[in-house]
Write a protein that binds this ligand. Structure first.
Ligand code: DX5
Ligand code: ZN
Length: 217
C-alpha cells in the first residue's frame, strides 16, 4: 500500500503543530527536509526542528539530508527521533558504509538521487538499502514542477527491483500531487512525499482516497 509522507517545508511554519494536526488523518509520516545552503541553494531545518516535532507527534519522521556532510548528522537525527534517514548518493564517498551506519542505529536507510543522477549509480547499493528516494525536482524548494522524464526513471527502477528480486521501497519527492500521484503509485511508488500536495491542497481527502484505491490494484 502506498503511503503519504508530508513535507513540512510547505506548511505554515508559524503554526506548525496546528498544520500537522489539520492533516494528520490523511498522512502516514512526516518528511523533514534538512538543507545546508551548500548541497542545495536553500537553508532549512536542523535538530531543533525535529525536537519541536517530537513534542507533538509520534508519527514516523524521515530526515532527508540535503547536506554535503550527511554522515556527521545521522546519529543526532536518530537520537532526536528520526525513524528513517535519507542520504544523497551524490555526496557519500562511502555509500555502503553510510547505509550500514544508519541501520546500526535501528533506523531505515534510504538513498536519494537527483534528477540527473543515473540509476546505474545505485547498482551495487540496492541490496543493502531499505529504500530509494527518486528526486523528481532538483532539490532545494517546495512547490516546483515535476520533471516529466522522471516517471520513466521510476518505472525502470521498479523493473530493476522485480528483475533482481529485491524488496527495497521506492519513494518519490518533488512536484507530486493531484495530477500525478495515482500514475506514480501504478508505476511502483510506495511512498509519496508531498509538500504542496499535502499542506496546500484542498483536494487532499480525495487524493488520499485515490491513492488508497490505486494501491489496491
Ligand atoms: C525538495 C524537497 C521536497 C519538497 C517537496 O528539495 O526535498 O521534500 O519539500 O515539496 P513539493 O511536494 O511541494 O514539491
Ligand atoms: Zn525532501
Amino acid at each position: 500500500m502506498a503511503i503519504v509522507s508530508a513535507s513540512i517545508l510547505a506548511a505554515n511554519l508559524a503554526h506548525l503543530s496546528e498544520e500537522v494536526k489539520r492533516v494528520q488523518e490523511l498522512i502516514d509520516e512526516i518528511h523533514l527536509d534538512v538543507m545546508d545552503g551548500h548541497f542545495v541553494p536553500n537553508l532549512t531545518f536542523g535538530f531543533p526542528m525535529i525536537e519541536a516535532l517530537r513534542t507533538f507527534t509520534n508519527m514516523p519522521i524521515d530526515a532527508h539530508l540535503m547536506v554535503t556532510n550527511p554522515t556527521e548528522l545521522i546519529k543526532g537525527f536518530v537520537e532526536k527521533g528520526a525513524t528513517r534517514i535519507t542520504v544523497h548518493q551524490e555526496v557519500c564517498y562511502h555509500l555502503h558504509r553510510t547505509v550500514e551506519y544508519i541501520k546500526s542505529f535501528g533506523a531505515e536507510a534510504f538513498v536519494a538521487i537527483n534528477p540527473a543522477t543515473p540509476l546505474s549509480t545505485l547498482d551495487e547499493i540496492l541490496p543493502y538499502v531499505d529504500g530509494i528516494l527518486v528526486m523528481t525536482v532538483n532539490p532545494g524548494f517546495s512547490g516546483q514542477k515535476f520533471i516529466p522524464t522522471m516517471l520513466d526513471k521510476i518505472k525502470r527502477l521498479n523493473d530493476i527491483r522485480k528483475g533482481r528480486e529485491l524488496n527495497f521501497k521506492i519513494a518519490v519527492d518533488g512536484g507530486v500531487g493531484n495530477e500525478n500521484a495515482v500514475e506514480l503509485v501504478r508505476a511502483g511508488v510506495d511512498i509519496l512525499v508531498m509538500g504542496y500536495g499535502v499542506f496546500r491542497n484542498p483536494r487532499l481527502p480525495e487524493l488520499r482516497r485515490e491513492i488508497l484505491n490505486a494501491s489496491g490494484q
